[in-house]
Design a protein around this ligand. Structure first.
Ligand SMILES: [Zn+2]
Length: 206
């Protein structure tokens, strides 16, 4: 249930107030649950911890918009677009530009040839369009683990984002005291992984 998830992420965020992923996941769960004002607080906290998390600006803007504060949503988008541009985060940048237009403001025009985003690396047989960083990068040499989720990660995640998750996943295991012999704990771990790598569950829930 979504309240379970919210409590789980809240524990993670409270166990370590500097835990960027904990606050981020909590914010997303609150946003999904329609608790927009609380989601705003969570995403503001993420940005305090890491002012270069471009996806947090996007979701902060969504939460502020849903909470009825259009001016504050636009402020988050202006800042977030700058950050996403500097980092070469293509997907968050496109998402934020679209939301900005929806709110009636034309997004700034950035020069097209800057940063890592301009590296010539089209998604192809040997490349992967990474869901976390939004960039086309060489595919991992082999699938990171077995099963359908391992396939999904392999098809949608670059090596450096996977390495980042390995470090973050260790924190998740320690903070939530996960024991993989317990199926529910293994599920929680997978859920955090999907959040982190921006892998949405496939729609075929049946
Ligand atoms: Zn990546």
């Amino acid at each position: 249930m979504s309240d379970d998830r919210i409590e789980q992420f809240r524990r993670m965020a409270e166990a370590d107030p500097q835990n960027e992923l904990g606050h981020f996941s909590l914010g997303r769960a609150l946003l999904d649950a329609g608790r927009h004002q609380e989601a705003v607080t969570s995403f503001e906290r993420v940005i305090e911890i890491n002012p270069r998390n471009s996806r947090a600006y996007h979701l902060l803007a969504v939460a502020r918009k849903e909470a009825g504060d259009k001016a504050a949503a636009l402020a988050a988008l202006r800042k977030g677009l700058e950050v996403a541009h500097e980092r070469g985060d293509l997907m968050p940048r496109n998402d934020m530009a679209a939301l900005m237009r929806e709110l009636g403001e034309e997004p700034p025009a950035f020069e097209a040839t800057q940063g890592a985003a301009a590296v010539e690396a089209p998604a192809g047989a040997d490349n992967v369009m990474c869901r976390r960083c939004g960039q086309a990068r060489p595919k991992m040499a082999k699938r990171p683990f077995k099963g359908p989720l391992g396939e999904q990660v392999w098809a949608n995640t670059c090596q450096s984002c996977w390495d980042e998750w390995i470090r973050m996943g260790t924190k998740v295991i320690n903070e939530l005291r996960l024991n993989f012999a317990i199926p529910r704990h293994a599920e929680m771990y997978d859920q955090h992984m999907k959040e982190f790598l921006n892998l949405d569950a496939p729609a075929d829930g049946g």
